[in-house]
Design a protein around this ligand. Structure first.
Ligand code: EPU
Length: 444
């Protein structure tokens, strides 16, 4: 038996959603806590599977972890005490669960001089190599050996280096930040990612005592220090969840107000929706949107401040209910349209192409996976059985199901549990008829 979500459309979704700290920041802060000589406290943490996976890995390394789920304004608080780290190996049972083990290599080298991390996981949305991480760690003095099970590293003392990333990778930027803070001397990082979650991590490290400068043109300069202390931080709101719930209102002809994620983090999402005809009411703590009708548009995903790749699948779900032909061109990941056939099974009219339908040069020339889709809006959707391929694709199914006729049964929801804070509760508060049930495991 396996978990499934059963969705029965219930008309326009209306109401308020409070988002917590972002999935893609909380785990990195937990890793940063490994570098302190005193405990750190991360509050406003979302209740997501990725936090449980990461805290279990930290415990396996010898960290003390306390999770306080108090329902106060600060949300869940996670305290990490790194003083007792005594193990350099992240156990193999964590293989393939998420992308976090590779970020632990630098901190482990600083704390215990060696590291083993199992092969990274995360969603199946392209090949997701770790070459940028490995090159950066090697430049900073780590000796690295990749085995069939994972990555082994050793270093007596890591040192600063001049590193230029071939693409502004979020994870590789985080690896450099986490490693350079305690390395000997100066690290200059060019071609860095500047996503809000990366900047949030850099600020947390600065709070711990790191000497980090942010320069124009994607450059970070980090001067290594001898020690860092623990720090306290309240996470900023999850912009992926925030956008996804705003779309839940729009796709059903309703109106959702999202609290807890600042306008600044949503600027490109708001301007794109604005261009399609959505109307907004924005204040210091919340963003609400609704529309009389929405028109088609063309969007290409990009690094920050572009339209983020994690907003892509909710947007394509929304395109299915807009007037006219819309285009989505994915430039960050090689294979991020695996959810599209299921939307077509629900009645959407989406064609996939492996030619770039946008202005950004493709990094995946010659790939046989589609990088663009053209969506003919307005086709009625029908509920059916669908299986989630990845976390963001899975949310698009819930959105489509909410706008469809009839019941949709969604399996593979463990992907959604890894990254969304209390989604069933949130959707119910908006009026959706959604419940979690147990169903026989579908045959692959
Ligand atoms: N890349 C390489 N080599 C590397 C690292 C990355 O070629 O060593 C390539 C990737 O294959 C990809 C591109 O660089 O084509 C960007 O990848 P990036 O490293 O930026 O992604 P990530 O750090 O693995 C994080 C988020 C993703 C989010 C991306 C982009 C986490 C845990 N994951 O991934 O989130 O899409 O940044 O913003 O922070 C999600 O939440 O659904 C998700 C996939």
């Amino acid at each position: 038996m396996t978990d499934a979500w059963v969705v029965n459309p219930a008309g326009p979704l209306r109401g308020d959603v409070h988002v917590r700290g972002s999935k893609n920041a909380v785990t990195k802060h937990l890793v940063a806590a490994m570098l302190g000589r005193t405990p750190s406290v991360i509050s406003n943490s979302p209740e997501v599977g990725d936090v449980s996976i990461t805290t279990s890995m930290l415990e396996a390394l010898g960290c003390g972890v306390e999770i306080d789920t108090g329902d106060g304004a600060e949300g869940t608080s996670v305290t990490v005490d790194p003083t007792s780290i005594d193990n350099s190996r992240v156990p193999l049972r964590f293989s393939g669960l998420n992308r976090i083990p590779i970020l632990m290599v630098g901190p482990l080298l600083h704390r215990v001089g060696e590291a083993f991390v199992p092969l990274v996981g995360g969603d199946d949305i392209g090949s997701r190599p770790i070459d940028f991480h490995v090159d950066a760690l090697s430049k900073m003095g780590a000796e690295i050996n990749i085995t069939s099970e994972g990555l082994e590293a050793k270093a007596t003392r890591l040192h600063g280096a001049h590193i230029t990333l071939p693409y502004p990778s979020v994870g590789a930027t985080e690896t450099v930040l986490l490693t350079a803070t305690l390395a000997e001397g100066r690290t200059v990082l060019d071609g860095a990612a500047t996503e809000p979650e990366v900047v949030e991590l850099a600020l947390f490290l600065q709070r711990m005592g790191a000497r980090i400068e942010m320069r124009p043109n994607r450059r970070f300069i980090i001067d290594g220090v001898d020690e860092l202390t623990g720090a306290v931080h309240k996470l900023k709101g999850d912009r992926i969840e925030a956008f996804s719930y705003l779309v839940a209102g729009l796709i059903t002809g309703g109106e959702v107000r999202v609290h807890g994620c600042s306008q600044e983090r949503l600027v490109t999402a708001i301007s794109t929706l604005h261009g399609m005809g959505a109307r907004f009411d924005i204040n210091d703590t919340s963003v609400a949107t609704w529309a009389d009708s929405l028109t088609a548009t063309a969007v290409e995903t990009d690094t920050h401040p572009g339209f983020m790749t994690d907003w892509q699948s909710p947007m394509v779900a929304l395109f299915t209910q807009c007037e006219g032909l819309s285009v989505m061109y994915e430039t960050v990941y090689e294979n991020r349209f695996t959810y599209v056939p299921a939307l077509n099974k629900m009645g959407a009219q989406i064609e996939m192409y492996n030619t770039p339908l946008g202005s950004i040069d493709s990094r995946f020339v010659g790939s046989d996976t589609p990088c663009s889709v053209v969506v003919r809006g307005g086709a009625p959707l029908q509920g059916t059985d669908v299986h989630v391929p990845d976390i963001r694709g899975g949310f698009a199914y819930v959105l489509a199901a909410a706008a469809a006729e009839g019941t949709t049964t969604i399996t593979g929801t463990h992907h959604l549990d890894r990254g969304y804070n209390r989604p069933i509760e949130n959707f119910r508060a908006l009026g959706l008829d959604i419940e979690r049930v147990s169903v026989p495991t579908p045959a692959d």
